[in-house]
Design a protein around this ligand. Structure first.
Ligand code: NAP
Length: 289
């Protein structure tokens, strides 16, 4: 049942896709179709599902996509050779290498092979550096960029807000903290980044105006850790008895929170919308728009 304090990620992602459809149509008027390559290594079931969803989202928006699948035993050199080929392919404006990669492949070496201007995941060191510097010419990682849009479009003020981010992963927590502490609109927050070595983590959480949980621990955030009226963003994807649940104990936290994302239906759709936005932007930049 819809609830007044829910941040509806599907609806907000839908708005963004509507805006992107106009930009794709404008590019097509110049005979330019944005193109995105997906690379998967091995047959991890979750990766297959994630890439499948992204392929469908591309097709729905009129973005050209192609998927390359290497066997689990592929070497790092083979993967890097493929990325060089995709870097050189003018039909492609973006390249996404789906994580996780097999243990024998060094993820950082792979991400730094993707050309920064095709790095629509925002994982290349040049784009990570631009994010830290507040240089808007880089690509931002999709999940934290999506969360920022959720906050902006739900009228959650970040200026001067106490934001507590749980988890210092490179994909969500760390770039989220970097994004929200920048000077400027939709940021300008006082950010605390918590992790497994944080002393008295619940006390940090209770100070938060905005609490963002990106740990990967099912139902970690309990009602007693949330300041009444705070905004709670649940990023985690965990499986309990085959059912997907987030990092937030949603049933008990929702009555305390001012605003809260459902999970699923909160952050997930935004991650895909931001991937498509980065791809359209990469095509626009190449076209000189
Ligand atoms: P990650 O790189 O493994 O980072 C997890 C972080 O959580 C680490 O910093 C870890 O601390 C911290 N942590 C774990 N258990 C903790 C505990 N008990 N107390 C305090 N800190 C703890 O994970 P990630 O890639 O950032 O992903 C985080 C979650 O978000 C996962 O569930 C992932 O599936 C989900 N995710 C969702 C989306 C989406 O679109 N919805 C996208 C990306 C990721 P240490 O560093 O100290 O070990």
């Amino acid at each position: 049942m819809a609830h007044a304090n829910l941040i509806d990620g599907r609806a907000i992602a839908g708005q963004i896709l509507g805006e992107l459809a106009l930009r794709v149509a404008a590019l097509k008027a110049f005979a330019l179709t944005p193109g995105l390559a997906f690379v998967r290594v091995g047959e991890d079931p979750a990766s297959r599902v994630y890439v499948g969803r992204k392929e469908k989202a591309c097709a729905d928006l009129g973005i050209f996509s192609e998927t390359h699948v290497l066997p689990y035993a592929a070497t790092q050199a083979e993967l890097i050779t493929l990325i060089h080929r995709l870097n050189a392919d003018p039909r492609l404006h973006g390249i996404l290498v789906q994580a996780p990669l097999p243990k024998h492949i060094h993820e950082a070496a792979v991400y730094s092979t993707v050309l920064p201007e095709k790095d629509v995941d925002g994982f290349h060191p040049v784009n990570v550096g631009k994010l830290m510097l507040g240089d808007p010419s880089g690509f931002h990682p999709c999940t934290p960029a999506g969360i920022r849009q959720l906050l902006i479009r739900s009228n959650v003020a970040t200026d001067g807000a106490e934001v507590v981010v749980l988890g210092r992963g490179n994909i969500v927590g760390k770039p989220m903290a970097a994004m929200l502490c920048q000077k400027g609109p939709g940021a300008n927050a006082t950010v605390t980044l918590c992790h497994s070595a944080t002393r008295d983590l619940p006390a940090h959480c209770r100070r938060a105006d905005i609490l963002i949980a990106a740990l990967g621990v099912a139902h970690f955030v309990k009602a007693g850790m949330v300041r009444p009226g705070a905004t709670v963003i649940d990023v985690g994807v965990n499986r309990i008895d085959g059912k997907l649940v987030g990092d937030v104990d949603f049933l008990n936290v929702q009555p305390v929170a001012g605003k809260i994302t459902p999970n699923p239906g909160g952050v997930g759709p935004m991650t895909i919308a931001m991937l498509l936005q980065n791809t359209v932007r990469a095509a626009e930049i190449r076209a000189g728009i």
